[in-house]
Design a protein around this ligand. Structure first.
Ligand SMILES: NC(=O)C1=CN([C@@H]2O[C@H](COP(=O)(O)OP(=O)(O)OC[C@H]3O[C@@H](n4cnc5c(N)ncnc54)[C@H](OP(=O)(O)O)[C@@H]3O)[C@@H](O)[C@H]2O)C=CC1
Ligand SMILES: O=C(CO)COP(=O)(O)O
Length: 337
């Protein structure tokens, strides 16, 4: 059995901590809010993020990031992308021994255009980390906590580390695959949120299944184009961290990105949408990064660009769809690479 802590007590951190505790590992969850720590320890609930869910009695919470890191061997980082650096800076200051890190966040940092494993490499000195493993795939917390069949992938160049994480998480309802392609896993996981916002918007506009299928397929084409230029294996994008996650996020009412996009399509403004979501909508920030990545790598990303224009240039969603449909005619497959 492993000794594991999860940093971040939102919906995904809590759901993953439940899987680990149910698998029999000594599992601790860290929250920066003492009221939430008390709720988890005393009532075994996390009502804000996972209503109607009872947490395992064996899952304990702490507000001490020092204890959460130093008392455990595997550290799962489950905070939104924008909080990654700040959280790392808090624990690195007190960390004494090398740990295996797993990250489960899906985003790209705007401006630096760094993937999350790159942020972790920058923030955690090499002497304090053995490996960094990415856990990604089609997996809404709301279904995982109901123990509904779910598949994810853990990516790391070091297969020994990937298999250790696979063994820690895997059980009868949570099936874990391994992968060596860290870049592909991170690009697929981050960029699918941008396409999911667009998919929500076309639903909010009242368009149908044809439009949705077009967005998913052409969205995957532009994610693949970018990922391959960044060094990913193209086959990764037809796997769980690519197509799999794109399907679930573009079609599920659980998706915060889809829901935010849906409200955009209905005419709501971004600030009011984010205020009412109350949970992270990673695709908004990643849309900025995608816009910059498309320029940096000279890759056509028309759907991501259209979404960027809607989010940050006040283009009405319907005009953005009309502009996508009116693009110059293309060959389908030549455009993939
Ligand atoms: N939800 C899901 O089903 C899935 C989510 N993911 C990914 O997991 C990551 C986390 O998402 P999720 O759990 O859903 O997000 P939530 O919005 O549900 O929760 C985020 C958590 O991080 C905490 N947090 C935010 N900023 C800080 C900070 N600066 N310091 C400490 N804690 C902080 C929040 O605390 P507070 O309550 O105080 O705001 C909250 O506990 C995202 O990248 C997401 O894309 C991946 C797969 C599935
Ligand atoms: O990544 C997810 C499912 O795999 C969660 O997506 P949302 O952040 O859109 O809810």
């Amino acid at each position: 059995m492993e000794n594991i802590s999860v940093l971040g007590a939102g919906s995904w951190g809590t759901a993953l901590a439940m899987v680990l505790a149910e698998n029999g590992h000594r599992t601790t969850i860290w929250s920066h809010r003492q009221d939430q720590v008390d709720e988890i320890n005393e009532q075994h609930t996390n009502a804000k993020y996972l209503p109607n869910t009872v947490l395992p009695q064996s899952l304990t919470a702490t507000s001490s990031i020092e204890d959460a890191v130093n008392d455990h061997d595997i550290i799962v980082i489950a905070v939104p992308t924008k909080a990654i650096r700040e959280v790392c800076q808090q624990f690195v200051a007190t960390q004494t021994t090398e740990k295996l890190f797993v990250h489960v966040s899906k985003g790209i940092e705007p401006d630096s255009l760094k993937r999350i494993s790159e942020l972790l490499q920058e923030e955690i000195p090499a002497a304090l980390r053995s490996d960094i493993v990415v856990l990604s795939g089609p997996s809404h917390a709301e279904e995982v906590v109901k123990q509904q069949p779910t598949t994810v992938t853990v990516a790391c160049e070091n297969m020994v580390a990937a298999e250790r994480v696979q063994d820690a998480f895997m059980n009868g309802y949570f099936r874990v695959y391994t992968l060596e392609d860290v870049i592909g896993a991170e690009i697929g996981g981050a960029l699918k949120n941008v396409i999911a916002l667009a998919a929500g918007a076309v639903d909010g506009l009242g368009y149908g299944d044809n439009a949705k299928a077009a967005l998913i397929t052409r969205g995957l084409a532009e994610i693949t184009r970018l990922g391959v230029k960044m060094g990913a294996n193209p086959l990764t994008f037809s796997g769980l961290t690519g197509m799999g996650d794109l399907i679930v996020t573009c079609t599920s009412v659980h998706s915060r990105n889809w829901r935010a996009g849906n409200l955009l399509g209905q005419g709501y403004k971004l600030p009011e949408i984010l205020a009412q979501m109350g949970m992270v909508v990673e695709g908004v920030r990643t849309a900025k990064a995608a816009h910059q990545l498309a320029q940096t790598y000279d890759v056509a990303m028309p759907i991501s660009s259209a979404l960027y224009n809607v989010l940050f240039e006040e283009q009405p969603p319907k005009d953005a769809v009309d502009a996508l449909m009116a693009r110059m005619k293309k060959r389908e497959i030549d455009e993939m690479m």
